[in-house]
Design a protein around this ligand. Structure first.
Ligand SMILES: [Mn+2]
Length: 358
């Protein structure tokens, strides 16, 4: 078994005999194998990756940390393994199963003599494991981040009056993929003008015009790992109010970054950015959390929000992304992704955050 599986095995509660992992990201985390379907069964004795004929040959060639088992009937194969390793209590990933899948597995396990635990306990154990990134994982996020930044830099000359948001988003995506990204981290957000007051607005046929803010919330995917960055640029000119709001968000983001350090609570980081925005008179215009973890999932633990009790540790990778959103007017968000260290953090983003007028 590989180290990650051994670690998970050691963290399972004593009374649990096995864990069944079905989510694509967790399966990938433990096996390094990419597939759209599969079952990873970790018992006290061994670990098995169950895949169907579409993936069998590839899995047998690539997977080394656990035993690959091809199946034509999942029920038969799973039942055989549960009986063989004498599994009485089987933990499921509560957040990964649909109701139908859970019902099917619970029934199947019962027929094989095992009772299922369907809470989110297994999800939490794995999330706790994934929350600390190895240098190799951080390198993949950095690579994705560099590709994102280069795509944005090379797309800026393309941005002119009359260009549509969705065409800019498409340019960015094309450049990321040309540079070697596996894909985009999420549906890219490129929104302009009044739409920037919507934190997750969708790029459409809206055209760039002078006086607009343009928000780019973008990221690439490399080796399964995501990057996440937001920059807000102005086009043509800015009003005094736009300038003022930008400076407040910029200041808040700087304070948030300065607060990040191993041993500091996520709540304190959120507070550092949030209090600055509220004291500047924008309470009620910053609704979302200050940040979130980034890794195999674009949003993962920890949440950097006002209610998050979690304490930052070296190796966590989180975003710091405060914003101010004025409905019907405009919005500003600035986001970097950072790796937490003992004396602060390493900012994985390198693009300037000074107010930039294109
Ligand atoms: Mn983000």
């Amino acid at each position: 078994m590989n180290e990650r599986l051994l670690m998970l095995q050691s963290m399972l509660p004593d009374e649990v005999d096995a864990a069944l992992i079905i989510s694509n990201t967790n399966r990938r985390y433990f096996t390094d194998f990419v597939s759209s379907l599969g079952y990873l069964l970790l018992t006290r004795r061994d670990a098995y990756l169950l895949v169907d004929s579409r993936y069998c040959e590839a899995a047998e060639k690539q997977v080394s940390g656990c035993e690959v088992k091809g199946f034509s009937s999942l029920s038969d194969k799973l039942s055989e393994l549960l009986r063989r390793d004498n599994v009485r209590k089987l933990m499921l990933e509560g957040s990964a199963f649909t109701l139908n899948e859970a019902a099917r597995i619970i029934k199947l396990a019962k027929e094989s003599g095992a009772e299922c635990i369907t809470t989110d306990e297994l999800d939490n154990i794995i999330s706790g494991q994934r929350i600390i990134k190895t240098p190799d994982e951080i390198d993949k996020i950095i690579l994705a981040q560099r590709i994102t930044e280069n795509a944005l830099k090379s797309t800026l000359p393309y941005i002119k009056e009359g260009v549509m948001e969705r065409d800019i988003a498409l340019e960015l995506e094309y450049r990321m993929r040309r540079a070697g990204a596996d894909g985009i981290s999420f549906d890219l957000i490129v929104i302009a003008g009044e739409k920037t007051s919507m934190p997750h607005g969708v790029p459409g046929e809206n055209r760039i015009k002078p006086g607009d803010f343009i928000t780019f919330d973008i990221g690439a995917l490399c080796g399964g790992y995501h990057s996440d960055m937001t920059r807000t640029y102005a086009y043509g000119f800015v009003s005094d109010k736009q300038r003022r709001v930008y400076q407040v968000v910029y200041g808040a983001q700087k304070l948030g970054l300065e607060a990040v350090r191993s041993g500091v609570s996520c709540r304190a980081v959120d507070g550092a950015a949030r209090d600055y925005i509220y004291h500047a008179g924008f309470e009620g215009f910053f609704g979302h959390s200050t940040g979130h973890g980034v890794g195999l999932d674009i949003h993962e633990a920890p949440t950097v929000g006002p209610k998050s009790e979690m304490v930052l540790q070296s190796g966590m990778v989180v975003t710091v992304e405060p914003g101010i959103y004025l409905p019907g007017e405009f919005g500003v968000r600035i986001e970097d992704t950072v790796a937490v260290s003992t004396d602060g953090c390493i900012n994985l983003s390198t693009l300037s955050k000074e107010l930039t007028i294109l």
